[in-house]
Design a protein around this ligand. Structure first.
Ligand code: FAD
Length: 291
């Protein structure tokens, strides 16, 4: 018996941190492997496409919505932590900040940087999320996946071609189901303190309470996208309801009922201005769906 509902024509704006996006033709939030397999069978029978969503914290969804099934993974929960070995087995719908806090409370060191990144474990692995010189792949041993034809696979982290905000999973349609991480035992109070400080730092330096998707552009290493945008005086610039944050220029905030069109136009505008000034084409970090 499946516990999820297969819903039709549901707005995806509540499935993204930007609160932007048109309707999903179909949406489901599976809670276990059997439900995922059922849904794969269903999409293959109906011959429709499948789009995977984690916490939607790195997604720009078209105002026109997404055809086929939006498979939202945030209900696929469960975590086991071995305090002595530092091994964590976690389902992909667990939230990264929750895991980071739990690891800290167990005195495990390695995820102190992750506490303010509002994504799921699955999304973090696909994006190789990171901060302050650390990233999720530093601690990842392996993942399990299900393909859209229903095959299970265990993949070692070393085969995922991790780079700055990149993994091979961005080019393959595999559903990340679970992950095995290994952290190091450390000093509990020190880990908790660093975790707290990292969160405070974010709240001070990023528009943390606004509706955003985090950094819109990849940093053109060794430069910072925020610095380039700020230097040409674009802080606070707005198109429609989308505004370049006055606190952190690599963030676009949904200031007033922004549409995906507003955000896209603002992205293009920033790219043109930065290119005209520096000859650098900023690439987006945010993933665009349904365009
Ligand atoms: C306030 C704020 C701060 C942020 N700070 C940072 C930061 O410091 N560093 C950083 O790296 N990012 C940051 N981000 C961006 C974002 O949180 C990360 O990229 C995060 O890892 C995305 O996870 P998600 O679950 O939201 O994925 P989504 O945005 O839902 O999806 C991202 C991609 O992963 C795919 N995906 C998601 N789950 C699965 C799965 N289970 N199986 C297969 N594919 C999947 C999606 O199809 C999509 O291609 C920030 C975002 C916000 C809103």
């Amino acid at each position: 018996m499946n516990s999820f509902q297969l819903k039709k024509n549901i707005s995806l704006s509540n499935f993204t941190t930007w609160r932007i996006g048109g309707p999903a033709e179909w949406i489901a939030e599976p809670k276990n492997n059997e439900e995922i397999k059922y849904l794969i069978h269903w999409i293959n029978k109906k011959k429709i496409s499948c789009n995977i969503i984690g916490a939607g914290s790195n997604l720009l969804i078209n105002d026109k919505g997404i055809k086929g099934l939006s498979l939202c993974m945030r209900q696929l929960k469960g975590v086991q932590i071995d305090k002595n070995t530092g091994v964590i087995e976690v389902f992909s719908g667990e939230m990264l900040p929750t895991l980071a806090r739990r690891a800290a409370s167990y005195g495990l060191h390695g995820l102190e940087w992750a506490v303010g990144i509002p994504g799921t474990i699955g999304g973090a692995i696909v994006m190789n999320a990171g901060a302050q010189g650390h990233c999720i792949s530093d601690h990842l041993e392996s993942i399990t996946t299900i393909s859209l034809t229903g095959e299970h696979q265990l993949i070692k982290a070393s085969n995922l071609n991790f780079r700055y905000r990149y993994s091979l999973l961005q080019d393959e349609q595999l559903i990340v189901v679970s992950a095995r991480l290994k952290l190091q035992p450390g000093h509990p109070e020190k880990i908790r303190q660093i975790t707290r400080e990292n969160l405070h730092h974010r709240v001070r330096t990023q528009p943390y309470k606004d509706q955003t998707c985090g950094s819109v552009f990849r940093n053109p290493e060794p430069m910072k996208a925020a610095r380039l945008i700020e230097e040409i005086g674009l802080k606070g610039f707005r198109i429609g309801g989308a505004e370049i944050s006055k606190i952190h220029s690599n963030f676009i905030i949904n200031a007033n009922k922004a549409s995906s069109y507003d955000v896209q136009e603002l992205i293009k505008y920033i790219q043109k201005k930065v290119f005209d000034s520096y000859g650098i084409l900023l690439e987006t970090e945010v993933k665009q769906c349904g365009f």
